[in-house]
Write a protein that binds this ligand. Structure first.
Ligand code: PEP
Ligand code: MG
Length: 583
């Protein structure tokens, strides 16, 4: 019997999950294999053909980009890409794969994989260096076709057994967008920080998760039993009977507490001394909507639209986006929905939007959020049109991410007006006046110049995740600096306080939608600083509401004043935790 092994990492999404390990190999392609019926051979061949055509378009795009490269590089790459095109047009790889679909009755991705393996074996037997180098090219082309095939119709992890725990080196937001919570019970990975988007999405899906756990993959086999304790940040592989029983008891008590808190659903978010607050939900994926209703959210304070752009090579069109927005707005039955324009870049790459700019352009300090959107105004205008159409079904606000200057809001407002005009020309009804257009406060410079930004914006939403990251120069998704990511740093708190003051002076609404808003530890401080609206993952709403209901608003404001006189994050933490312990 295998020995129990325990690991410690960052507990980023609370709760306990117990199940069989599903290992996702590092960087490897998951190639699902399945038998198909004779009647499905034609459809499967068509899937293959579509994936090949898409690969041809992708390579063509690369070819046009290489033209602007300096002489030799352009020539070298040009030859290589031309060879790829030839392989995609007609080659043993493509013909062989199509043949296998018919003869071996397997799905297209398995057929490509099998054909690649056979070509590799033949080439290797030739023992020729030139041919060995060609093998790399064949793998590149074959893997591209497989990636295109697996991108959408067969979501990642779809071959996992029910109740599986994902273990991998790194989980991306695009991976998380494909997790089916009815199949996956929890996750752990070697890399990743607590405020990265993969972590945020795990909390949104109430999926227990531990990140930054070194060494979990070594010596672990698929199917091993694993415990994920997302509250304490522990991973136990092959637990003994005694450990298993202890965690089963803790899982039950965690679930009991969650059920108890859900009874607060219909209670108001009101402090003991009678101040009312608004608790809204952050939504990353439409599948979270049932949880929004269950949590009793008073609206959606942040709809992250970028996840519609992931796991695909072409951006979604107006109708597709309108369909998603409309369903969400309708489901909220008159409660406000704040839709954010796409925030691609940094740890949220989306090839469909960034492919024209190269890999590094959309870094955390590069073309991210509104900067990228203003470079691709057709994509932003398409989004605006979809949002404006959805605004006919209920109250909608439009939020811009990563704003650093008022001119970005002004440019976006011009595009919003242009989008409205285009819709009117198509005889589509557009709300009059147009929906409020607001700015995220998540760049320190935007916070420091919040008074000027307030003149251009209809509302503010504080993104404390990025505000902390950029203020403290600490990558939110990097486990090595997770200990430095501290929203209680006085610099971060001053920026929050200053932005709140600027919104008050300009008489525009302000809310906070970073992860800080969903942690009851910070509730008294945020409300004490003057915030009245908090938006968080639906699963966090009951705990924050409970904190508000036991809190005294006047005392919280006094404690916030005391805290803002401090210069040391450690002292601030003590003052806050002491206050929380009192009530
Ligand atoms: C934030 O930065 O706090 C925020 C809410 O935006 P995101 O997490 O999507 O970057
Ligand atoms: Mg942000």
């Amino acid at each position: 019997m295998a020995e129990e092994r325990q690991f410690t990492g960052l507990g980023v999404s609370p709760g306990i999950a117990i199940g069989p390990v599903y290992i996702r190999e590092t960087g490897g392609l998951e190639v699902p294999e399945m038998s198909i019926r004779k009647a499905d051979v034609g459809a499967e061949k068509e899937r293959l053909q579509k994936a090949v055509s898409l690969a041809q378009r992708q390579v063509r795009r690369l070819q046009s980009r290489t033209k602007s490269m300096p002489g030799r590089a352009s020539e070298e790459l040009g030859f290589l890409l031309e060879a790829y095109q030839q392989m995609l047009k007609d080659s043993r790889l493509v013909r062989g794969a199509a043949g296998r679909i018919k003869d071996e009755r397997v799905n297209a991705e398995a057929a490509v994989q099998r054909e690649m393996s056979e070509i590799t074996a033949t080439f290797q037997a030739m023992d020729d260096t030139y041919i060995a180098a060609r093998l790399e090219d064949i793998r590149e082309v074959g893997n591209r076709i497989i990636r295109n095939l697996t991108r959408k119709p067969l979501p990642a992890f779809s071959t996992a057994a029910k109740g599986s725990i994902i273990m991998t080196d790194q989980l991306t937001p695009a991976d998380m967008a494909q997790v089916d919570p009815s199949l996956i019970a929890g996750a752990a990975s070697e890399l990743g920080g607590a405020e990265g988007h993969a972590a945020i999405m795990a909390r949104a899906l109430a999926l227990p998760m531990v990140l930054g756990v070194h060494g979990i993959l070594q010596g672990t086999s698929p199917g091993d039993t694993v415990i994920i304790d997302g509250s304490a940040g522990r991973v136990v592989i092959n637990p003994t009977g005694k450990t298993l029983a202890a965690y089963q008891r803790r899982r039950e008590s965690h679930n009991r507490e969650t059920r108890r808190l859900s009874s607060l659903r219909s209670q108001p978010a009101m402090s003991r001394d009678g101040t009312g607050y608004v608790l809204q939900a952050n939504v990353d994926l439409p599948m979270e909507m049932p949880m929004v209703a269950q949590a009793g959210a008073e609206g959606i304070g942040l709809l992250r639209s970028e996840f519609m752009f992931m796991n695909r090579t072409e951006p979604p069109g107006e109708d597709e986006q309108y369909g998603v927005f409309r369903d969400i707005v309708q489901a909220m039955k008159g409660k406000p929905v704040t839709i954010r324009s796409l925030d691609v870049g940094a740890d949220k790459p989306a090839e469909a939007v960034t492919s024209d700019f190269g890999d590094t352009a959309a870094s955390a300090l590069g073309l991210r959020g509104i900067r990228l959107a203003l470079m691709q105004t057709d994509i932003l205008e398409t989004q605006f049109r979809a949002m404006l159409r959805a605004a006919a079904d209920g109250p909608v606000r439009i939020l811009l991410p990563m704003v650093s200057t008022p001119s970005e809001v002004m440019k976006a407002r011009d595009l919003l007006k242009k989008s409205a005009t285009r819709l009117k020309r198509r005889k589509i009804k557009v709300p009059d006046p147009l929906p409020p257009l607001g700015a995220m406060i998540e760049v320190p410079g935007a916070a420091l110049a919040a008074d000027a930004l307030a003149q251009a914006s209809d509302f503010f939403a504080i993104g404390s995740n990025d505000l902390t990251m950029y203020t403290l120069a600490t990558d939110r998704a990097n486990e090595h600096v997770a200990h430095l990511f501290d929203p209680l740093h006085p610099a971060v708190l001053r920026l929050i306080q200053f932005s709140t003051g600027a919104a008050l002076r300009a008489r525009i609404p302000i809310s906070i939608c970073g992860e800080m808003a969903g942690d009851p530890r910070y509730t008294a401080l945020l409300l004490g600083l003057g915030l009245r609206e908090l938006s968080m993952s639906p699963a966090a709403i009951p705990r924050v509401k409970q904190r508000i209901r036991e809190m005294d608003a006047v005392a919280a404001a006094a404690r916030a004043n005391l805290i803002m006189d401090q210069t040391d994050a450690g002292r601030i933490a003590i003052l806050l935790d002491d206050f929380n312990a009192l009530a």
